[in-house]
Design a protein around this ligand. Structure first.
Ligand code: AMP
Length: 270
């Protein structure tokens, strides 16, 4: 596997490959990321992964400084997955001293994680746009676990006419249902036991949508989550295509939710 640290190395390598698939990550890789690489391989013969903990998508009181950084293990994992190249830029390279341009996807960024984490999706859209321009992939692969992020990237790619096909991969879960996440490493033993209730309550809410009103489904789920020890950030039934709050007449729905367990923030959807 090639390891690239500079933009010029990437540009040179890019020229000799016609069809390229790109998987952006922040590292601390787990089976969810590996699944993205496996899916990516179906779309082209060359797969490149980036590992960059992007400072602009973290708020001032968030976990940028403590976010797990496991570069050596990550590269071993990617080599074992048959990934062709990894891009490991540093912050100075991505955000030079005069950096002053950002990308904002106004509508789908607004609510849910966008409301709780001011500026988060501007940071995400900007860094992904930059990485798209550096790597110039034909296809880019993202996890549907971060569904709002996926919607932001889809909208940005469409609105800016970027010639990139954006693919979403279903969430990879632990055996007990907990969505895999680099932030699961923060959970202590007791919190880890509670954590699977998040997915269980999402599943129950989905069932309840068949017989109860949306407002009642949300209320019941929030109560259940609170009772088992989560602090609920949001639990919202929304329209899948534009992430607006669903009404009883809407059909194609997705439940988006974020909770806190101790200091750890978890997100999931169904
Ligand atoms: P991250 O390193 O957390 O920024 O995630 C990098 C990519 O992996 C994003 O597209 C995520 O949506 C995706 N991802 C993270 N966790 C999972 C998971 N459990 N299943 C599928 N994709 C995931």
């Amino acid at each position: 596997m090639h390891q690239f640290n500079t933009i010029s190395e990437i540009r040179t390598w890019r020229k000799s490959h016609k069809h390229l698939v790109f998987v952006p990550t922040m590292g601390s890789l787990h089976a969810g990321h590996c699944q993205l690489v496996r899916e990516a391989k179906k779309y082209a013969d060359k797969v490149i992964v980036s590992i960059f903990v992007n400072p602009t998508q973290f708020g001032i009181n968030e976990d940028f400084s403590t976010y797990p950084r496991t570069e050596t293990q990550d590269c071993e994992l990617l080599t074992a997955e048959g990934c062709d190249a990894v891009f490991l830029p540093n912050t100075e390279m991505i955000y030079g001293p005069n950096f002053q341009t950002s990308v904002r996807v106004s509508q789908v960024s607004q609510n849910y994680c966008g409301a709780s984490r001011a500026g988060h999706f501007d940071g995400v859209a900007t860094v992904v746009c930059k990485l798209f321009n550096i790597i110039q992939p034909d296809v880019a692969v993202f996890g549907l676990k971060d569904f709002q992020q996926f919607a932001v990237i889809e909208a940005m790619t469409r609105d800016l006419h970027l010639p990139i096909e954006v693919i979403g991969v279903p969430t990879v879960r632990e055996l007990d249902g907990l969505a895999m996440s680099s932030r699961n490493f923060y959970l202590n033993e007791k919190e880890r036991e509670i954590a699977p209730h998040f997915y269980r309550i999402l599943q129950k809410a989905r069932e309840n949508l068949a017989t109860k009103t949306i407002a009642n489904v949300e209320k019941k789920a929030i109560l259940e989550l609170t009772n088992v020890g989560f602090v609920v950030d949001y639990f919202s039934v929304v329209r899948r295509f534009d992430l607006k709050l669903a009404t009883e007449n809407d059909g194609d729905l997705i439940i988006l939710a974020a909770v806190k367990l101790g200091k750890t923030r978890l997100i999931d959807n169904l």
